[in-house]
Write a protein that binds this ligand. Sequence first.
Ligand SMILES: O=C1O[C@H](COP(=O)(O)O)[C@@H](O)[C@H](O)[C@H]1O
Length: 234
Amino acid sequence: MMKKNVFDSKIKAAEALAEYAAGEIARKSGYFNLAVSGGSTPAGFFSLLASKYQKVVNWSKVRLFWVDERCVSPDHEESNYRMTSETLLDHIPLPAENVFRMRGEEDPEEEARRYGNTLKELVPSGEGIPVFDMILLGMGDDGHTASIFPDQISLMNSSEICQTAVHPVSGQRRITITGPVINKGKKVVFLVTGDGKRAMMEKIFRHDPVYPASLVQPKSGELLFYLDKGADPS
Ligand SMILES: O=C1O[C@H](COP(=O)(O)O)[C@@H](O)[C@H](O)[C@H]1O
């Protein structure tokens, strides 16, 4: 099932998503396994969780994972972990043992293997694939999602849980969960904002198969879009 939610501003989209995520966490008994994206878009959502929902959410039941990471040290300005720490983790009582970062500073191939094994060990699986309670995705204006870029679209159909990737322009190495893991998620949520994303969003809603974000089609989970009106093509 697919549901599109459009809001007047990116702050309103982040507010609605924070309310939704907090509700989903509250509804779950046992661990809530959440995988988050990086880049710049989730910062507002994370900040809201860290302020408005800091005392509302039972953070000890959240286990936090990453959808993708840039192969840099965790204090690097481009680190997805660093962005999440500064906007969310530094402000909430989420136990350190519930935080499972991708180690961008390690050898990428080894780290992709290690992280895949961590996911297999900790996240309940279906048909051998980890099933996250929620996966937060972003979309680049080139149609990539996670660190799966159009020129490496085979990662959407990989037999691995986690793989390495390369940014097509900068050549920066990346580690990413693969398409089958994304499509196993119970709630797969795109947060996309800004006029600059509208043209690509239109292609994604047309399911243009050239773009990885178009191939996000959860098998039995729910696909949700949180957009601001700038990113909405309709
Ligand atoms: O490189 C990345 O890009 C996407 C989109 O980022 P945004 O800054 O345009 O929101 C992001 O979802 C991914 O996690 C990140 O590594």
